[in-house]
Design a binder for this molecule. Structure first.
Ligand code: C2E
Ligand code: MG
Ligand code: MG
Length: 242
C-alpha cells in the first residue's frame, strides 16, 4: 500500500503535498519498507508494475481528497530507471490524469542522479514527452550520486531534493551546512526550488529556513502515513493554522 509523507512550505508551514512511499504487507513478515524489496524489483519489470500501481493509487487518492474538499495537494512519486525506458510512461500518465480529472501540477516524479546516469540519453525522449504533459520532475537524493551537473541545464527539472544524509548532521557539521547552502544557491540560480528531506529537528528547520530552502519533508512534520491518516493530518494542520 502507499503511504504519504507530508511536505510543507518552510516560510509559513503550509502543507503543499506529500511524497508517496510504497509499503508491502507481507503475509508473514508484516509491513515491509521499500529498502527490503525495491532494490530487487529495480532490476526486473516488477518495478514498472509497482510504479504503475503507485501512480494509479496516487491519482485515485488525489481525486478523493479533492472531492472531499481538501486543499490542492501535489504528490511526488518515485520512479526507477526502467520507467524512463518505457516509452508508454508519458501516455499512461496523461491517461491517468484524464481519468481522474487531475491537472498535471498535482503529480511530480522523483528520479535520482544515478537513475539519470543509468539511462543516460535514452531517457531524454521520455523526459521530453513528460515535459509536454506538464508533469514536473524532481531530482531525489541530490548530492549523493555522481552528479553530472549538465543535466540540470539539459533536462526540464523543476526542483532538487537535498539528501537526508546531508540534513542529518546539519546542526553539528559545518561541511554539511556549507553543502546545503551551496545546493540551495545552485538551485536558485538555475531557477529551481529546493526540498530538504529527512528533517527531524526544529534546529535543522531553522538552519534551512535561514539558508532559503523552500520546502521540507521529514519526521519533524510527520512520518509517512496511510492515506486516511494523511488526510486527517492535513485537515488538522489546516485547523491549527486557522
Ligand atoms: P526516498 O525517495 O529518498 O524517500 C525518503 C525516505 O526517507 C523514505 O524512506 C522516508 O520514510 C524516509 N524519511 C523521511 N523523513 C525521515 C526522517 O525524518 N527521518 C528518517 N530517519 N527517515 C525519514 P522509505 O519509505 O523507507 O523509502 C526508501 C526509498 O525507497 C525511497 O527513498 C525511494 O528511493 C524508494 N521508494 C519508496 N517508494 C518507492 C516507489 O513507489 N517506487 C520506487 N521506485 N522507489 C520507491
Ligand atoms: Mg523520493
Ligand atoms: Mg530521497
Amino acid at each position: 500500500c502507499t503511504h504519504f509523507q507530508p511536505k510543507a512550505r518552510l516560510a509559513d508551514g503550509t502543507v503543499v503535498g506529500a511524497e508517496a512511499l510504497v509499503r508491502w504487507h507481507h503475509p508473514e513478515q508484516g509491513l515491509l519498507l521499500p529498502g527490503r524489496f525495491i532494490p530487487m524489483a529495480r532490476d526486473t519489470d516488477l518495478i514498472v508494475a509497482i510504479g504503475e500501481w503507485v501512480l494509479e493509487d496516487v491519482c485515485r487518492h488525489l481525486a478523493a481528497w479533492r472531492d472531499a474538499g481538501l486543499p490542492e495537494l501535489t504528490v511526488a512519486v518515485n520512479l526507477a530507471a526502467r520507467h524512463f525506458r518505457e516509452p508508454r510512461l508519458p501516455e499512461r500518465l496523461a491517461a491517468l490524469l484524464a481519468q481522474y480529472d487531475l491537472s498535471a501540477a498535482t503529480v511530480e516524479l522523483e528520479l535520482t542522479e544515478s537513475t539519470l546516469l543509468d539511462v543516460g540519453l535514452e531517457t531524454k525522449t521520455t523526459i521530453e514527452s513528460l515535459r509536454e504533459t506538464g508533469i514536473r520532475l524532481v531530482i531525489d537524493d541530490f548530492g549523493t550520486g555522481y552528479s553530472n551537473l549538465a543535466y540540470l541545464k539539459n533536462l526540464p527539472i523543476s526542483a532538487l531534493k537535498i539528501d537526508r544524509s546531508l540534513i542529518r548532521d546539519l546542526e553539528h557539521d559545518p561541511n554539511d551546512r556549507a553543502i546545503a547552502a551551496a545546493v540551495v544557491a545552485l538551485s536558485h540560480v538555475m531557477g529551481l526550488t529546493v526540498v530538504a528531506e529527512g528533517v527531524e529537528t526544529g534546529h535543522q528547520r531553522q538552519i534551512l529556513l535561514e539558508q532559503g530552502c523552500e520546502f521540507i519533508q521529514g519526521n519533524l512534520l510527520s512520518p509517512p502515513l496511510p492515506a486516511e491518516a494523511f488526510a486527517e493530518w492535513v485537515i488538522g494542520q489546516r485547523r491549527k493554522s486557522g
